[in-house]
Design a protein around this ligand. Structure first.
Ligand SMILES: NC(=O)c1ccc[n+]([C@@H]2O[C@H](COP(=O)([O-])OP(=O)(O)OC[C@H]3O[C@@H](n4cnc5c(N)ncnc54)[C@H](OP(=O)(O)O)[C@@H]3O)[C@@H](O)[C@H]2O)c1
Length: 349
């Protein structure tokens, strides 16, 4: 790697992709060349910094050390294995590969060692899971988590750029006493509303896929399938920044004071917890920041071995782009990039 790694960013025109390009530059990732990919709609578009959007194709996927995907599950399903077969390590933001046994699901501060076992594809967790496990890891290590009861308050940017436009258009229309267009991003109006329907319901399932991801991915990342998890994911009319009320029941006694101490020392966590001064994490303050913010740390009034927490993070940053770039950095530091091109690559698919 004398001249830097050759990096593909797939979904480079999207919310997450745009931020990925910015973070790769800001954090000085040792890239010799970055190639931006998006759908056929965007081919030829100039993205600044000399990048021109390319289309995906058999030849175009060759010669990369790293490919970071944020272009949805079907694009990842089709193209991630092809990049991996051609020698790249893929860091994938979609849900397509996360629960595959051969694919490590990694949060930089929580289970970085899982990267070692990758077979060409590494998955970046769901945004609401990501921020939660960064805060839960030190508590789990200290006292063992037995059960979680989670309610999320998820921002509209988690659905994509079109959903943000829809929230702003609806808000503008309603404030001007105009009728809104038929909702497209969600089943109902999102402006001035709260939808107990983040994600979608698969046939016959009474939980949304977002709730299932929170349950399954948390167990996989913390490496403990026995944790009992109850989740309700709610979409709220917040542009960016997911908030979560999390009730944490531990196997061993854990005081709020000790939890605060552990969280204060945890990597990637900032504690904001002074209710008398109205200090607690807020979505608008977390936006543009890479940390996970935790506050309202208190004993559950109904259970002597449970705590309540309020956890907030920028879903586009730590929930997606920041962690993806952290994983790329870890792969580079550990010599796990660039070693695959000559090897008989065994793709995770
Ligand atoms: N938003 C979040 O908080 C968040 C958090 C974690 C993970 N993710 C995941 O990250 C991914 C992107 O999210 P986003 O919010 O950035 O969405 P977005 O703003 O809608 O962007 C989607 C990107 O995917 C590209 N794309 C769509 N179809 C494609 C195709 N057939 N081939 C190649 N590229 C294609 C789009 O290109 P065009 O511009 O050409 O259409 C665009 O660059 C999703 O998988 C999402 O689940 C998002």
């Amino acid at each position: 790697m004398s001249n830097g790694y050759r990096v593909a960013v797939v979904g480079a025109t999207g919310q997450v992709g745009t931020l990925l390009l910015k973070l790769l530059r800001e954090r000085n990732f040792p890239a010799g060349e970055i190639v931006a990919f998006a759908s056929e709609r965007s081919v030829g578009r100039e993205l600044g910094g000399g990048l021109v959007v390319q289309g995906l194709g058999e030849q175009a996927v060759r010669g990369f050390d790293l490919a970071i995907f944020s272009a949805g599950g079907s694009t990842s399903g089709e193209w991630a294995p092809r990049f991996a077969e051609a020698g790249a390590v893929v860091v994938d933001n979609s849900s397509r590969w996360r629960m595959n046994e051969d694919v490590p699901l990694v949060v930089a501060e929580v289970n970085a060692d899982a990267l070692q076992a990758h077979r060409g594809i590494v998955a970046n967790p769901n945004c609401s899971t990501m921020q939660m496990v960064v805060a839960l890891k030190p508590l789990h290590d200290e006292a063992g988590i037995e059960r979680l009861v989670i309610s999320t308050y998820q921002a509209v940017s988690g659905t994509g750029k079109r959903a943000v436009d829809e929230l702003l258009d609806q808000s503008h229309a309603l404030l001007h006493e105009q009728a809104i267009s038929t909702p497209e991003s969600y089943a109902h109006q999102i402006a001035f509303n709260a939808l107990p329907h983040a994600g979608s319901f698969a046939a016959g399932d009474d939980h949304t896929d977002e709730e299932r991801k929170l349950i399954n991915e948390t167990r996989k990342i913390l490496g403990d399938p026995s944790i009992a998890i109850s989740a309700t994911c709610v979409r709220v009319p917040v542009v960016n920044g997911h908030s979560e009320a999390v009730n944490v029941q531990t196997r061993r006694e854990l005081s709020p004071e000790r939890a605060r101490e552990l969280l204060d020392a945890a990597p990637g966590v900032t504690v904001l917890d002074d209710p008398d001064a109205a200090l607690y994490p807020l979505a608008i303050d977390a936006t543009g920041r890479d940390d996970v913010f935790v506050g309202r740390i208190r004993r559950d009034a109904g259970h002597e071995r449970a705590l309540d927490l309020w956890i907030v993070a920028d879903n586009l940053r730590k929930g997606a782009a920041t962690n993806a770039v952290q994983l790329a950095e870890l792969l580079a530091e550990r010599g796990l990039l660039g070693a695959r091109a000559d090897a008989a690559a065994t793709p995770a698919a």
